[in-house]
Design a protein around this ligand. Structure first.
Ligand SMILES: NC(=O)c1ccc[n+]([C@@H]2O[C@H](COP(=O)([O-])OP(=O)(O)OC[C@H]3O[C@@H](n4cnc5c(N)ncnc54)[C@H](OP(=O)(O)O)[C@@H]3O)[C@@H](O)[C@H]2O)c1
Length: 283
């Protein structure tokens, strides 16, 4: 199985390389060698690699940055995805497109299932939804994999931000009225590999089980890392940022679960990530 991963330097791209099953050959360049906004260059790369599957994990993921620069957000997340879908279709590769819980408005009382109405409330969500539409229109052999709150040991993510902040400040305020599913990139990558074993094309939610607010997530990070820091819950209205995330960003995995694919509880995943992070730190 030959797999081409876009966004190979990102959290999901790195996890896909680290966890590739035996017999899989993975090519996973970063945006310097694989810029999805450059259609001709991307077509040449796919022609050279002849992948069986393209996992499109590359994206502009800075949610506030997207709000400030919508043109760039849509160029990468929407038009870039259109390019990837066209190349996958032209060269007969199946396509995995990483999408997001931010395609939903967050107003629902329940977790969002795969076919809930999509109504993004920020530029990032709108640009990723446009990517979903391109994939559906162009590449019939697709898996749209929505995920949420992704983190790993080393990336630019909430876990590392909290641990850095705790080292610098005696107390922190963290938003308590926005929820999602904290999802470990390693578990997500393992779920993607299980999914693509079957030609069950469609839309999936792959997230660690359970949900948390940013505040609950931070509290669990400090408990597991045995760090004593005062964490105060605040409403999102008191945390000023360019983009508004959905209040309820919780995804329900029903479609992948029907295939027997669920990810472990988020607290278990966080404990494994923190243990691996500690092992990677220089002594
Ligand atoms: N992170 C989350 O919380 C989250 C939540 C839901 C969904 N997702 C989705 O999951 C996917 C993977 O996220 P992640 O956390 O691994 O992201 P990440 O760590 O921020 O990495 C993003 C990757 O995209 C690459 N990239 C940026 N611009 C590109 C371009 N023009 N062409 C090709 N690649 C480009 C980056 O390359 P450089 O390093 O070279 O810039 C990097 O490798 C994304 O599609 C994201 O939308 C993420």
């Amino acid at each position: 199985m030959r797999i081409l991963v876009t966004g190979g330097t990102g959290q999901v791209g790195r996890a896909l390389q680290r966890l590739a099953p035996p017999g899989y050959s993975i090519v996973a360049p970063g945006s310097d060698r694989c810029d999805v906004t450059d259609f001709d260059a991307f077509i040449r790369l796919v022609a050279d690699e002849q992948p069986d599957v393209i996992v499109h994990a590359g994206a502009m993921t800075d949610v506030d940055g997207c709000e400030r620069d919508p043109e760039r957000a849509f160029r990468i997340n929407a038009t870039g995805t259109q390019h990837v879908a066209a190349a996958a279709q032209q060269f007969g590769a199946a396509l995995v497109y990483l999408s997001t819980n931010y395609v939903f408005d967050g107003e629902a009382a329940e977790p969002y299932h795969e076919f809930a109405e999509r109504r993004p409330i920020n530029v990032y969500g709108r640009s990723k939804l446009a990517g979903e539409e391109a994939v559906r229109a162009i590449a019939p052999r697709h898996y749209i994999v929505r995920t949420a709150m992704v983190y790993d040991e080393t990336g630019r993510n909430f876990v590392n931000t909290m641990l850095r902040a705790a080292a610098e400040r005696p107390s922190l305020t963290v938003v308590a009225d926005q929820r999602g599913n904290p999802t470990y990139a390693g578990d997500l990558a393992a779920g993607i590999y299980r999914l693509i074993e079957q030609p069950a094309y469609g839309t999936y939610h792959l997230v660690n089980e359970g949900s948390a607010s940013w505040y609950e997530w931070a509290t669990e990070i400090f408990r597991l890392a045995e760090i004593e820091t005062r964490v105060e819950p605040i409403p999102a209205a008191e945390w000023h940022r360019a983009a508004r995330p959905p209040a309820n960003g919780v995804l329900a995995n029903t479609a992948a679960a029907a295939l027997g694919i669920t990810l472990p509880p988020w607290q278990d995943a966080l404990a494994r990530c923190l243990a691996r992070r500690a092992a990677l730190q220089p002594a």
